[in-house]
Design a protein around this ligand. Structure first.
Ligand code: NAD
Ligand code: UFG
Length: 342
């Protein structure tokens, strides 16, 4: 039987590359589409080693309608997994126009191209950032959506656009997956997160401290109303997240509909707890300094993942220690793999 081709926008990125591996393992043929603005092209070679030569790769921008039209004309895409976008909460507060342009305009252009090509199955990477801070975690999907930063608002806008397109019969089967905080790396150590410039996210920064690239970690505030004062997040292994995309895709094969699911472990960990888990998993000491809060951050965020468990058959399998161990394994491989740090 011919493999179904799945267009994966942002496929060279952190979550995208792991999702391509999970898709290939499940028998799909990923078509990776990326402009490499936040990924290193060398990931393609490493992905090919993991997946084999069936991986399709195209360079381009999701805001370029002509390119997307050509892709849909050339390849019979069964569905789209849309991950391309920008994702740093703090940066979105400083550069909202970039966030609305890349995330919202980019999604609109992609959706237009999908409509023209008659591609009506979509899995969209939304975020826990849509919930805001008025709701007390664990967040259920039906909770108040009140994002407190431009990044979260951009994701909520896209969710709403997607819902409208479903009700207009433009999309037939569509899932918005609200990711919590993916960390970790593929257990092989071949792929992982390679942020451009100074990392915005906790784990990439922390790993660069452990690797001696940076002197210390800066903790953004220890005066939050949490047990130890540092902010709490729901950290989830990136391979568990990748598997969530496979199950979401399978859902689009089974039924028409429009769904939203949290993908999180349902457990919160503070910044200090993550440092502790990482130190245990890596044997490295992490020096840190507490500084002021980062604008746009909420105090605590973790998921109620019941809906994904019941309706997708998905649940997270890795604990925090394994996530930290795989992150560190990846970091230790970076130099030998000649991955560029931009
Ligand atoms: P990432 O930066 O590693 O991957 C995004 C990829 O998209 C990169 O390879 C980048 O080069 C590409 N890209 C960016 N703009 C593009 C454009 N205009 N055209 C084509 N490609 C473009 O980020 P990630 O962590 O893999 O996140 C993937 C998606 O998941 C994003 O939409 C992000 O908002 C969402 N998300 C991420 C997290 C997280 O903590 N990592 C949490 C919730 C949601
Ligand atoms: N933090 C630090 N120091 C750092 C980096 C982060 O103390 O150098 C803290 C943050 O203040 C926050 C926690 O670590 O309390 C996690 O921060 P991240 O930047 O790793 O993650 P965010 O929760 O801010 O956001 C991430 C992604 C978003 C996504 C969200 C989902 O960047 O795209 O998770 O919960 F939407």
């Amino acid at each position: 039987m011919q493999q179904k081709i799945i267009l994966v926008t942002g496929g060279a990125g952190y979550i995208g590359s792991h999702t391509c591996v999970a898709l290939a393992q499940a028998g799909y043929r990923p078509l990776l589409f990326d402009n490499f603005s936040n990924s290193d092209p060398s990931v393609i070679e490493r992905l090919t080693q993991l997946i084999g030569p069936s991986l399709l790769v195209l360079r381009g921008d999701i805001r370029d309608l002509a390119t997307l039209k050509e892709i849909f004309q050339t390849y019979p895409c069964y569905a789209v997994i849309h991950l391309a976008g920008v994702k740093a909460v703090g940066e979105s507060v400083a550069k909202p126009l970039d966030y609305y342009d890349i995330n919202v305009t980019g999604s609109l252009v992609l959706l237009k191209a999908m409509k023209q090509a008659g591609v009506s199955r979509l899995v969209f990477s939304s975020s826990a950032a849509v919930y805001g801070e008025k709701t007390i975690p664990p967040f259920q999907e039906q909770a108040l959506l009140d994002p407190i930063n431009p990044y979260g608002r951009s994701k909520l806008m896209i969710e709403k656009i997607i819902n409208d397109l479903y009700h207009a019969n433009t999309l037939q089967s569509v899932l918005s997956l609200r990711y919590f905080n993916p960390i970790g790396a593929h257990p092989s150590g071949f792929i992982g997160e390679t942020p451009t410039g100074t990392p915005n996210n906790l784990l990439p920064y922390l790993m660069q401290v452990a690797a001696g690239i940076r002197k210390k970690l800066f903790i953004f505030g220890n005066d939050y109303p949490t047990a130890d004062g540092t902010a709490v997040r729901d950290y989830i292994h990136v391979m568990d997240l990748a598997q969530g995309h496979v199950l979401a895709l399978q859902k689009t094969e089974q039924r028409e509909g429009c769904w939203t699911f949290n993908l999180g472990r349902g457990r919160g960990s503070s910044v200090l707890e993550v440092i502790d888990a990482f130190e245990q998993a890596s044997g490295q000491n992490i020096p840190y300094e507490v500084i002021q809060r980062r604008p746009g951050d909420v105090a605590a965020s973790w998921a109620d993942p019941t809906a994904a468990q019941q309706q997708l058959g998905w649940s997270a399998t890795y604990n925090l220690e394994m996530m930290c161990a795989h992150s560190w394994h990846w970091q230790c491989h970076l130099d030998s793999l000649k991955v560029q740090r931009k």
